[in-house]
Design a protein around this ligand. Sequence first.
Ligand code: GDP
Length: 439
Amino acid sequence: MEWAPAPVVLPAFLDEGIGPCWIKRFLEDTDDAELNKFVKDFPGNETCHQPEAKTWVSGPQILEPRPQASDLCQDDLEFRPPSWPQPSDSQQFFSASAPLSPSTRPRSPWGKLDPYDSSEDDKEYVGFATLPNQVHRKSVKKGFDFTLMVAGESGLGKSTLVNSLFLTDLYRDRKLLSAEERIMQTVEITKHAVDIEEKGVKLRLTIVDTPGFGDAVNNTECWKPVAEYIDQQFEQYFRDESGLNRKNIQDNRVHCCLYFISPFGHGLRPLDVEFMKALHQRVNIVPILAKADTLTPPEVERKKRKIREEIEHFGIKVYQFPDCDSDEDEDFKLQDQALKESIPFAVIGSNTVVEARGRRVRGRLYPWGIVEVENPGHCDFVKLRTMLVRTHMQDLKDVTRETHYENYRAQCIQSMTRLVVKERNRKLWAQSKQVLGSP
Ligand code: GDP
């Protein structure tokens, strides 16, 4: 016979027109001793008596489906209490059986995610607190993906920074062009993908680079190939999503664009403004002040302020960090505030490890000293990496999906609808002309 959880049958008088509110109030207002007495004294009927029946007055309980024999290991069988209640068709229990003590109850096939694995009082524990664990387990199994675009004129340290951020060498096969070749070169889009794993968590990282951007003599509209690339990824996703096989869609949408600003200019150049204005509705732009080691600390502060003012002045919408929840702890709030005030991140990149104060660090060695990439006193590299990887990667993906992709999708549907309406009107017009024309 198939096993099913024991149905909870309430005493007859509770069944007779007394609703859940009354039961709730009754349970809340009555103390344990009285309830025990009530349960003992309650005459009940033969079919609903259970020795452990007092548990129906306690907190919610789990009616764990009885595992099938094939699902159990020997251990599970040993842990099973000697007589599992076997409800027959006519038999009904007064309540679920009492929760088993942690040492005697059967082990869940979920292992670590056993909802019973809690230090909480079992009686108060249903088990949905493990839902995040279930999601976590599933996500880890599936792996994560993230697509990062880097844009800005060549030589600003984009590839060095990407390698420093993810401790990889993504640009091994890069061919640097001569000045002559660069004059002729148009903006190209290149993709490097790498699978990285850290503590069992897999991340498929795709870096989209834009070699040639800003390199030509005339850079008018050189942002166009970049915008087209982003739109193509949205289009592909839109097609896949509307297709038959939606299970294994490969998501190549660009989740974030690090836009490199030269440290040598006075704030933003016209090309920077044009690029960011053309792309801010399509992708999360994070502005970067490149090669910060070429500036003194006051210069960094001045440049950052100027860039922020210009971003505001030109109505550019760079990626906005979400507001902190009010119940976050103070440290987190301060960290979040510091992150917001760091825009644009002033960074230093290096692929070499040098020795500084007896430690081996990633840095740049100059005749007058060493600048350390990961020293918060030297640059915002750590803040950028924390934001990108540890704190905001998921938000960047969410904003891409919920805002940028949704905008694209709405536009697509709108233009498709317009086309259909136009076509229908054309047909109606042709039909009416035929009717009018016929004798
Ligand atoms: P990309 O063309 O934008 O990818 O630039 P690269 O990463 O190839 O860097 C160009 C040059 O700048 C190389 O010689 C790097 O060593 C140097 N470089 C990279 N990052 C920095 C930095 O943060 N500070 C300084 N001073 N030089 C850097």
